[in-house]
Design a protein around this ligand. Structure first.
Ligand SMILES: *[C@@H]1O[C@H](CO)[C@@H](O)[C@H](O)[C@H]1NC(C)=O
Ligand SMILES: *[C@@H]1O[C@H](CO)[C@@H](O)[C@H](O)[C@H]1NC(C)=O
Length: 396
């Protein structure tokens, strides 16, 4: 591959002065199949930037190849962080030469991303963290719209997947004290204090004081953070937080903007404070009913990285238990199966009909960054319904 990219670089340099730099920092083979802006509201000139990668080794004709749409959390964080740090085909890496930091792209050993060109391709909505709100909302909207449309116009929604998701704040909030305590991170006295703070937040949710509840939750997290001094609650084994700032630096390099078709005057922010503020009232509202509706109509994958103590396994178990869905009793009684990838324990899979829950070992909140190969095995197994992910549910 190295040889090939050199050839390309040379070829281009005959035509473009800046080419050495641009091919260096953004090799041609790392370019998305397509990237650009999708208009949100022409009146306000608002748009969403996207990158799209066609399947690299499809096992079905393009019109049947699944399309995955990935959404970051926040609220207000950019999916470009996921693209270049977690699950895109190329990831940003940093190296030091003569004390100068050099950023570059390298192929991601895991995930393959897929495509939106074909209208009837099987579509999966996926995302992590606060996308635990967006993913069900988009899926639910598609279900409703599909009901109003003729067959040929419907979106071929085949499932939704949520990683370390924030979907039912009230139930999830109630677990922080026990999670921290039984992980050995805090003592009894601290647990009392943390639980008192979490009950304050829950009380505000029950009163539907959304904005105050959101602030109260932030206080719970700050308190927990202060008590433990961990680098990040998103992975209690890490000595430093996730280095997503690499992506921010990378996407603000002019050559990179040019390669992706972004105006050089744009400043990339990994998370937007403006969006976050606009979503403040929304933060603590539950989307559980949307997930319940989706379970009756399509497949749902929930997955968590074991090391995420913030929005990981324990809060997920807590809210799933409270779901109202025909199959929930059977799901809760189903065995948790050991999942091995290349002979090693990769995690655990629990499944009944349309609901699958996966716990992945060796990773935290930003799971595909920590466990690219096992995350890939999981998402492909689930999409293709193979191995432990196969079973009763047949295509409609
Ligand atoms: C956490 O620590 C910071 C810095 O000491 C302090 O300003 C903040 O008030 C603390 N937050 C809570 C909720 O205890
Ligand atoms: C699972 O989804 C299918 C549609 O794919 C639906 O027909 C079925 O009723 C759902 N099962 C349950 C238990 O909700």
């Amino acid at each position: 591959m190295g040889g090939k990219s050199t050839t390309k670089a040379c070829f281009f340099c005959f035509f473009l002065f800046h080419c050495t730099i641009s091919t260096d920092i953004f090799p041609k083979q790392a370019l998305p199949t397509k990237s650009g802006y999708l208009t949100v509201n022409p009146a306000s000139n608002s748009a969403i930037f996207y990158t799209f990668y066609e399947a690299q080794t499809p096992t079905s004709p393009p019109s049947q190849t699944p399309l995955l749409i990935w959404l970051q959390g926040g609220p207000g964080c950019s999916s470009m962080t996921g693209n270049f740090f977690e699950l895109g085909p190329w990831r940003v890496v940093s190296s030091f030469r003569q004390n100068v930091e050099h950023l570059s792209l390298e192929p991601n050993p895991g995930f393959i991303s897929l495509d939106p060109l074909f209208k009837h391709r099987p579509v999966y909505i996926t995302g992590e963290s606060y996308a635990g709100k967006y993913v069900p909302a988009i899926g639910y909207y598609i279900l409703k719209q599909n009901n109003e449309l003729v067959d040929s116009e419907r979106v071929n929604l085949r499932g939704v997947a949520i990683g370390d998701g924030f979907s039912d704040p009230e139930t999830q909030l109630a677990t922080h004290g026990v999670t921290a305590y039984y992980s050995g991170l805090i003592n009894d006295k601290q647990r009392d204090e943390l639980e008192q703070a979490q009950w304050e937040a829950i009380k505000l949710v029950k009163m539907e004081k959304w904005s105050e509840a959101s602030n109260a939750r932030t206080k719970v997290m700050d308190l927990w953070q202060n008590m433990t001094g961990l680098a990040t609650l998103y992975d209690f084994t890490k000595q430093k937080p996730y280095q997503t700032s690499l992506v921010t630096k990378f996407l603000n390099i002019n050559e990179v903007k040019k390669a992706l078709g972004v105006s050089e005057s744009m400043v990339f922010e990994s998370c937007s404070g403006v969006v976050r503020a606009a979503m403040h009232e929304d933060m603590m509202k539950s989307v559980k009913y949307m997930v319940e509706a989706l379970l009756g109509n399509t497949r749902v994958l929930l997955y968590q990285g074991l090391y995420d103590v913030k929005i990981g396994v324990v809060p997920n178990e807590a809210w799933v238990k409270t779901m109202k869905w025909n199959g929930i009793r059977e799901f809760l009684m189903a065995d948790r199966m050991i999942c091995r990838v290349n002979g090693e324990v990769a995690g655990y899979v629990q499944k009944w009909e349309n609901l699958t829950n996966v716990v992945v070992l060796g990773g935290g909140h930003i799971l595909p960054a920590d466990q690219p190969l096992n995350s890939q095995a999981m998402i492909e197994g689930w999409v293709l319904e193979s191995g432990l992910f196969g079973g009763e549910v047949k295509d409609a």
